[in-house]
Design a protein around this ligand. Structure first.
Ligand code: MEV
Length: 298
């Protein structure tokens, strides 16, 4: 069975596209997939009830991505790949990358190809590039490798170690957004107001570096404060919505150590850092029925 995890960016999204480091975690929810020889190439996606062909010029990004994936295997039979997606799409949890990782992993398994999760992550970047032209590579890397990682575009993922697990509560605003559009919006702001946006990126980089130390030291109070500050800088880049702000505020009032939007923004998900497991369950009630708890060990 092929598997691609979802991911939560703890700090550093968007700045990571422009060369700054970021910290992210892989979560247990994701995409599973199987592949088998068939009469023709087909990608089935549930629960969306989609059956897509591989078409390098298709209207659907998934058709183009599937064509890119299949082209990596020059001698193969026609393949039917069935993927089960257990992540909201367009919600900042790395759904497209997780599908790519799961599909490639399933094809590898069907064809008896063995490769490391790091090589799988590298291969899945070509899939991710179909969905937005300028990916940092963090989504496909976390999807394939998981754990808690310090990532900088072009470098190998650096796993972070700590003896204290992170209790995250992920809340979905119900608003979906396009990573491509959000990344392009930041790109436009950078072009028109380079000084302001570079200052924002510099600020984010300082927060990411301090968050690395806080995670390694198990100092979740400091980590929570850094998350709140990162959320504010992302707001200044016009990436947050009122709903995301309200959810973060509600989580803080209910005892979260910190809360921020995660991923591309403009909708999608936020997360809260809970002090303990039982408080994570309480925060889940505050963040609504679509929210879920992820316990991540560094
Ligand atoms: C999307 O999950 C994270 C972004 O930083 C884009 C990227 O890193 O490719 C917004």
């Amino acid at each position: 069975m092929g598997f691609g995890r979802g991911k939560v960016i703890l700090l550093g999204e968007h700045a990571v596209v422009h060369g700054c480091p970021a910290i992210a975690v892989g979560i247990e929810r994701g995409v599973t997939a199987t592949a088998a020889a068939a009469e023709r190439d087909l990608l089935r996606l549930s629960p969306w009830d989609l059956a897509l062909r591989a078409d390098p010029k298709g209207d659907e990004p998934l058709e183009r991505a599937f064509a890119v994936a299949l082209a990596m295997y020059p001698s193969r039979p026609p393949l039917e790949v069935s993927a089960q997606v257990d992540l909201p799409a367009g919600a900042g949890l790395g759904c497209s990358a997780a599908i790519g990782v799961a599909v490639l992993d399933a094809i590898d398994e069907a064809l008896g190809i063995e490769r490391s999760r790091t090589d799988l992550a590298t291969a899945a970047l070509a899939w991710e590039e179909i969905f937005h032209g300028n990916p940092s590579g963090i989504d496909n890397t976390m999807s394939a490798i998981g754990g808690v990682g310090f990532y900088r575009k072009g470098d190998a993922l650096r796993p972070l170690r700590s003896n204290k697990p992170l209790h995250l509560v992920i809340g979905y605003s119900g608003e979906s957004s396009s990573t491509k559009q959000m990344v392009a919006s930041v790109g436009r702001q950078l072009k028109s107001d380079r000084k302001r946006v570079n200052k924002a990126f510099e600020g984010i980089e300082v927060l990411v570096r301090n968050a690395k130390l806080a995670i390694e030291a198990g100092d979740h109070i400091a980590l929570g404060q850094l998350l709140d500050l990162n959320h504010t800088i992302l707001s200044s880049l016009m990436l947050c919505t009122t709903k995301l702000d309200d959810m973060c505020q509600a989580a803080r009032h209910a005892g979260a150590l910190g809360a921020k939007m995660t991923g591309a923004g403009g909708g999608g998900c936020m997360f809260a850092l809970a002090p303990k497991r039982d408080e994570a369950l309480r925060l889940q009630d505050v963040l609504g029925e679509d929210s879920f708890v992820a316990e991540v060990s560094a």
